[in-house]
Design a protein around this ligand. Structure first.
Ligand code: ZN
Ligand code: MN
Length: 150
């Protein structure tokens, strides 16, 4: 996507916001830029624990919190399940696999019209909205079919 930030852009952005870049923060950011996934704090921790033996899941979470406060990362909450963290780009939606948890980005401008419709319908001043799609990803579809055959 055009509005995607590179690691270099993000570091400049954080510096500009006065956020201190520690080696851990650098590594977390790098992981988020490269993975393009929507990791949980635990997944980030597992990916980096070898490099940072003193780091805990709580430290990861605190560092993510600093990115969230700076407006670079968004926390996606799912009821009782662990939050996932989205490396910030423009407003977008998510398509989530109910089998394996894969979450992919989905940009679709028409959703702005839905906000307008909601405002007209309710008289509310709409500030934001959430929209998620659930289903089975292509890989899990294949796995399901294979199970069927065997
Ligand atoms: Zn899947
Ligand atoms: Mn996303």
């Amino acid at each position: 996507m055009s509005c995607e930030r590179t690691l270099k852009d993000s570091l400049a952005y954080l510096k500009n916001k006065g956020v201190r870049i520690t080696p851990q923060r650098h590594a977390i950011l790098e992981y988020m830029v490269q993975s393009m996934a929507h990791p949980t704090a635990d997944e980030i921790y597992k990916a980096l624990e070898e490099r940072f033996p003193n780091m805990s899941v709580a430290t990861v979470y605190n560092n993510l919190r600093a990115f969230i406060d700076a407006g670079l990362v968004k926390e996606l909450k799912f009821g009782d399940a662990s939050s996932r963290f989205d490396y910030w780009k423009d407003d977008h939606y998510h398509i989530i696999c109910s089998e394996c948890g894969l979450m992919i980005d989905f940009d679709y401008d028409i959703c702005v019209d839905v906000e307008k419709a909601a405002a007209e319908f309710s008289g509310f001043e709409i500030t934001n909205h959430r929209l998620e799609f659930y289903g089975t990803c292509p890989e899990c579809q294949v796995k399901k079919e294979l199970k069927h055959v065997n």
